[in-house]
Design a protein around this ligand. Structure first.
Ligand SMILES: [Zn+2]
Length: 74
């Protein structure tokens, strides 16, 4: 998985694909206990799946689309 910086705000993220739709999304590089997504390591590279109750907090991330402070800015 390739770490990167989001173009508009320079925050560290990594790009991954969702398990179901294989949509490319940027996840915040820092995990958060209540993150909406979890990484499914059975894929290589790992893909993002919706987090479920009981998923370990260290493996939960938010989409940077949701957390970006520059959302909507060009
Ligand atoms: Zn951002």
């Amino acid at each position: 998985m390739k770490e990167d910086r989001y173009t508009s705000c320079n925050v560290q993220i990594f790009w991954t694909e969702t398990v179901v739709d294989r949509v490319r999304i940027p996840l915040d590089a820092t995990s958060v206990p209540d993150g909406r997504f979890t990484l499914d390591q059975t894929y290589n590279p790992p893909r993002a799946d919706y987090a479920k109750v009981g998923d370990p907090p260290g493996n939960r991330f938010n989409s940077h689309f949701a957390t970006c402070k520059k959302k909507g800015e060009k």
